[in-house]
Design a protein around this ligand. Structure first.
Ligand SMILES: C[S@@+](CC[C@H](N)C(=O)[O-])C[C@H]1O[C@@H](n2cnc3c(N)ncnc32)[C@H](O)[C@@H]1O
Length: 324
């Protein structure tokens, strides 16, 4: 269950259920990456990047719109020198702050998280990590150890399950418990814009092994390991069958590096730009966004699925998914 204060929880309910507006702003705070993971499409798009003043203006506007969470999501937030100022500004607007990083610069930026509430690090394996991410696992682990006790909340390791790392999952969960961090899982999404040979090598093809891996994750969650996903979500990804109504547009406002507002990370249709005013873009795109969400065949990104299930007041998810 989330450790949200009652005030934040009430603001979130007011914004999402009553005003029917998103509460989270997910921002491509830069457009560059220092890794080139084959399965990720974001680093391949070199686009413009918002100036610091434009980001401050966006945060002012987002705050008036009712946004309560600022998430520096992509491409690689730690490459942005002025990140501490951005986080401080979001905090000054009363927002919760979070970010996800590949961890390559984690150690050298360990003192830049003063205004960060939640830190996620992509950890896609142990033995397979180097092949997937191109960096030594020991280097990443050393950086996680250097930073984890400086944070306000437990660090979250996020693992994308693929055909490459099924043998590492149990070890990774044990590691999370041993070093006192949390862990989340989501399956690889096979984006259509990436060449098939990537999916042939990384995709989940051994279904039997995948099923037994997810079964083990479920067992370990029951045993008390620090896995933040709900059982509903884990059972859904075992079958890879959509079992939720998507509410992504009522939960998350997706802003790209050049300030475009996109429907979501799968349907990247542009709705406008933050320069036009968030409320204007929001009002003009509401119907289109509802149609896209309603007709979507689904993805398994845990932030979308778990929060959509929470939006629909799924009791198990409310009880067992730890929002971070
Ligand atoms: C796009 S990355 C940006 C943040 C940072 N550079 C990182 O690597 O964590 C955000 C998240 O998307 C995940 N991701 C990228 N491509 C994916 C795919 N094809 N399927 C599932 N998750 C993916 C990454 O593993 C990471 O957890």
């Amino acid at each position: 269950m989330s450790k949200f204060s009652p005030v934040i929880a009430a603001r979130a309910v007011w914004q999402m259920r009553v005003r029917k507006r998103p509460f989270v702003l997910s921002h491509a705070v830069n457009s560059r990456c220092n890794m080139s993971c084959s399965f990720c499409e974001y680093w391949k798009e070199q686009g413009g990047e918002m100036a610091l003043d434009d980001i401050f203006r966006m945060l002012d506007d987002a705050s008036s719109f009712g946004i309560g969470v600022y998430n520096a999501w992509t491409v690689e937030p730690l490459l942005r020198e002025d990140l501490p100022q951005i986080l401080a500004y979001a905090k000054s607007k009363g927002m919760i702050t979070s970010l996800i990083t590949n961890g390559k610069l984690l150690k050298e930026r360990a003192n830049d998280f003063h205004d960060l509430d939640y830190l996620s690090v992509s950890v896609d394996g142990t033995k397979s990590y180097k092949e997937i991410r191109g960096m030594d696992f020991e280097v990443l682990l050393d950086a996680i150890m250097a930073v984890k006790d400086k944070l306000k909340n437990p660090l979250l390791m996020n693992c994308v399950i693929s055909g490459k790392n099924l043998d590492d999952i149990e070890e990774l969960i044990q590691l999370a418990r041993d070093i006192d961090v949390k862990i989340s899982f989501e399956p690889l999404y096979e984006f259509s814009g990436i060449k098939d040979n990537v999916w042939d090598s990384m995709g989940i093809r051994d279904v039997g092994k995948y099923h037994s891996t997810i079964d083990r994750i479920i067992e370990m969650k029951k045993e008390g390991y620090p896995i933040i996903n709900s059982f509903t979500y884990l059972e859904m990804i075992r079958e890879l069958k959509k079992g939720y109504n998507c509410h992504v547009n009522n939960l998350i406002l997706n802003v790209t590096a050049d300030g475009s507002i996109e429907h979501c990370r799968v349907h990247r249709e542009k709705m406008g730009n933050v320069k036009d005013g968030i409320v204007n873009v929001w009002n003009a795109s509401k119907d289109r966004q509802n149609t896209l969400a309603k007709n979507c065949e689904g993805c398994f990104f845990f932030g979308y699925v778990e929060n959509s299930l929470m939006y629909d007041l799924n009791l198990e998810v409310m009880q067992h998914y730890e929002w971070m």
